[in-house]
Write a protein that binds this ligand. Structure first.
Ligand code: SAH
Ligand code: SF4
Ligand code: F3S
Length: 465
């Protein structure tokens, strides 16, 4: 069905050399969706440009997890209005933000020049939407609230040639009280393991070396009994632990990462799969969100401070060389200075390699947004700065520990700041800059001895094995 629309558009725009630009505002899942959107529009005959002025089709893939993601969209939409007046450019907006009723209303009312609006559950219908907009000259709103079946086989245009993301499940069931994601992405829907493994085998065949498995809660993979799959699931790979082990067996793939797991679902089988699978990164992302047990309860995170620390301890005992990254929110409603100290305490104890820090942002429709004990912006910022100072101190300490060590690094390409130098990342996601020795290139694995610490990156030297 969609293929027919794609073909009709292709006939219509043939030989016109039409270009598209896509702007992605959200997380890696959103990025992965953008790669599929790009795949669909390239099949229609559009080619990619990075320059706004050259685009005949502008696509926004939106995010609504925090207010600033929304502000960025409206800033850009303002610029587009002028462009629209000057030339015939098609504007399409999709993604999480379009699943919010108030935002959809705002677009309808104040941004009438937008041609196509689509949501997270209707992305696969883009060819039909584009057909209506291009051929029938209609304004299209294609949003539904129901999580449909999982759609397999969409074309995909990947951004990178060595690293690829593979979505293993959609949606989230957790309803953390601050978070909008479960409302805009629907319930957890696990893909058929065979589809996932085939996709990764194909990637390996095409030279991809590093795979990131994506989902809002990857370690609950399979808990839905695959009821949203559109094909029969016969495989015995019905848990995240089993999936990790199966991906580890795929020849050609050399590094496996995953985000995000939830601490509440970190059972022993997952810990053992990480330990036993040599390709799985030993930097585990373990979202903390807050360090105080009362705040965690109010966030509906389902673990206490002690349980989180016990999990870290257990993983350290079981997985040699394990290290952690995390997400933290400061200024959740009602959080006192004393409660915030618990967050600093956990950070001090775990010594995360990487912390993604967020200032709490009230999201309409979530439980926490209705609370009348919101924290003043000024206090949120003071806490953010305190956390940042502590994080920077830990980064310095950790970097010093890395100097002198040898790290396996997948070369990502030349450094943006110095075209003579190569860059890549350690297993702990630290950027390392080093000089090429024998025409090493993107996609090669090299051993690097870390020589200098430059805070947000490290210098190193290629060594022979
Ligand atoms: N499912 C993933 C993360 C999804 S969103 C997980 O649970 O780890 C990514 C991060 O955004 C979250 O981990 C959280 O730290 C942050 N976040 C989500 N909602 C937020 C809000 N309302 N304000 C500030 N940060 C938020
Ligand atoms: Fe949001 Fe919580 Fe789901 Fe993550 S687990 S997407 S933070 S509700
Ligand atoms: Fe944003 Fe949607 Fe991802 S709200 S963080 S793009 S799931």
């Amino acid at each position: 069905m969609q293929i027919n629309y794609t073909e009709k558009i292709r006939e219509k725009i043939e030989n016109k050399d039409l270009k598209y630009i896509i702007l992605t505002f959200g997380c890696q899942l959103n990025e992965n969706d953008s790669e599929k959107i790009s795949g669909m529009v390239e099949e229609m005959g559009f080619s990619k440009t990075e320059e706004f002025e050259k685009a005949d089709l502008i696509i926004f893939n939106t995010c609504c997890v925090r207010e600033n993601a929304e502000e960025r969209l409206f800033g850009k939409l303002g610029e587009i209005k002028k462009m629209k007046e000057e030339k015939n450019v098609l504007v399409a907006i999709g993604g999480c933000m379009m699943q919010e009723k108030s935002m959809l209303e705002k677009i309808k009312k104040s941004y009438k020049y937008v041609d196509i609006v689509f949501g997270t559950h209707t992305m696969q219908c883009l060819p039909e939407d584009m057909y209506k907009a291009i051929i029938e000259n209609e304004k299209v709103k294609n949003i539904i609230d129901i999580d449909g079946e999982i759609i397999e086989g969409l074309p995909i245009k990947r951004n990178d040639k060595t690293k690829a993301s593979v979505t293993i499940m959609y949606g989230c069931n957790n309803f953390c009280t601050y978070c909008i994601v479960p409302y805009v992405r629907g319930r957890e829907r696990s893909r058929n393991p065979e589809d996932i493994l085939n996709e990764i085998r194909e990637l390996a065949k095409n030279g991809y070396k590093e795979i990131t498995l994506l989902g809002q809660n990857v370690n609950s993979y399979g808990n839905d009994n695959f009821k949203y799959c559109n094909s029969k699931v016969t495989s015995e790979i019905n848990t995240f632990a089993k999936l990790l082990r199966a991906v580890n067996e795929i020849d050609g793939i050399e590094k496996i990462k995953f985000i995000s797991p939830h601490p509440k679902d970190f059972k022993d089988d997952v810990i053992e799969a990480i330990r036993d699978s040599e390709k799985v990164s030993k930097l585990v992302h373990l979202p903390l969100q807050a360090g105080n047990t009362k705040v965690l309860k109010e966030m509906n995170r389902k673990y206490s401070k002690e349980e989180y620390l016990d999990l870290v301890k257990k993983m350290r005992e079981k997985i040699p060389g394990v290290s952690f990254s995390t997400d933290i929110i400061v200024g959740f409603p009602g959080e006192t200075d004393e409660e915030f100290e618990d967050t600093l305490d956990v950070v001090n104890k775990v010594k995360f390699d990487q912390i993604f820090m967020f200032i709490y942002s009230s999201r309409e429709g979530t439980v926490a947004a209705d609370r009348d004990d919101q924290i003043p912006e000024k206090i949120k910022h003071v806490r953010f700065d305190k956390l940042k100072d502590l994080y920077e101190k830990i980064v310095e300490e950790k970097n010093e520990e890395y100097v002198g060590t040898v790290q396996d690094i997948l070369i990502e390409g030349f450094s943006k700041n110095n075209k003579k130098m190569l860059t890549g990342r350690t297993d702990f996601n630290k950027v390392v800059v080093f000089e090429p020795q024998n025409n090493e290139k993107q996609g090669d694995f090299v051993k690097i001895k870390i020589t200098e610490n430059h805070k947000w990156f490290l210098y190193g030297k290629i060594i022979k094995e």
